[in-house]
Design a protein around this ligand. Structure first.
Ligand code: PRP
Ligand code: URA
Length: 208
């Protein structure tokens, strides 16, 4: 059974409100998504493996920890690009593996258009980032792509997730953890998340 985490923080709720508001302009939308990405990055990296080190403070030697785990951030293009910088801020040398896919508007199935994973560096784990987990099709396709190149420890970070998508992902891959700023009510008949925020990529890139 996979684990699902929903962030619980007043600032997350505040910025979710800004993202959801249809009157939020592109600049405000970007700022809100950047801020939510930072919360996701902090939450999703808190269990990274470390090794103990000794540090000389100006006063004495003390114990500290250094991150040992090699991780990759995997943005699902386009909208996932919005969540890369918060992770890079915390982990400046993190590998970034891009996966390009879009949802076919008729079928809501993901259509892959970019994947260079065969030349990816060796990592211990990967975090797939995409603001929206709707039907779960894109996340399942991204997990399959990573597993096909031998990356087994995978988690998914999103801003808004639909229960249907979490369930479908869970049925296919019960070892994949999902972390979301909000788990919304569900999908409408166009497979958009409700209440949701509309089209994340269009709103973030100003292409509405
Ligand atoms: C959106 C979103 C996810 C996908 C989620 O991408 O960013 O990748 O839909 O839907 P799913 O869970 O039903 O697969 P979109 O197709 O709008 O592409 P974009 O990021 O290029 O705007
Ligand atoms: N993709 C989005 O950007 N929004 C949704 O609600 C569903 C898929």
């Amino acid at each position: 059974m996979s684990r699902v985490f929903e962030l619980d923080h007043v600032i997350v709720k505040h910025y979710l409100g800004i993202l959801r508001n249809r009157d939020t302009d592109t600049a405000q939308f970007r700022e809100a998504l950047d801020n939510l990405g930072l919360f996701l990055a902090i939450e999703m990296t808190k269990g990274l493996a470390t090794y103990p080190i000794a540090v000389e403070t100006p006063l004495m030697t003390t114990r500290s920890e250094e991150i040992r785990e090699r991780i990759a951030i995997v943005p699902v293009l386009r909208a996932g690009l919005a969540l890369v910088d918060p992770f890079r801020k915390l982990l400046p040398d993190v590998s970034v593996l891009h996966l390009g896919m879009y949802r076919d508007e008729e079928t809501a199935k993901p259509v892959a258009y970019y994947n260079k994973l065969e030349s990816a560096p060796v990592v211990d784990s990967a975090i797939i980032v995409d603001p929206m987990l709707a039907t779960g099709g894109s996340a399942i396709s991204a997990v399959a792509a990573l597993k096909s190149v031998g990356i087994e420890r995978i988690s998914v970070g999103c801003v808004i997730a639909a229960p249907e998508g979490i369930k479908t992902l869970n049925q296919k891959y019960d070892d994949v953890t999902v972390t979301a700023c909000s788990i919304d009510d569900g999908l409408n008949d166009m497979n958009y998340i409700v209440p949701g925020l509309g089209d994340a990529g269009d709103r973030y890139f100003g292409t509405v």
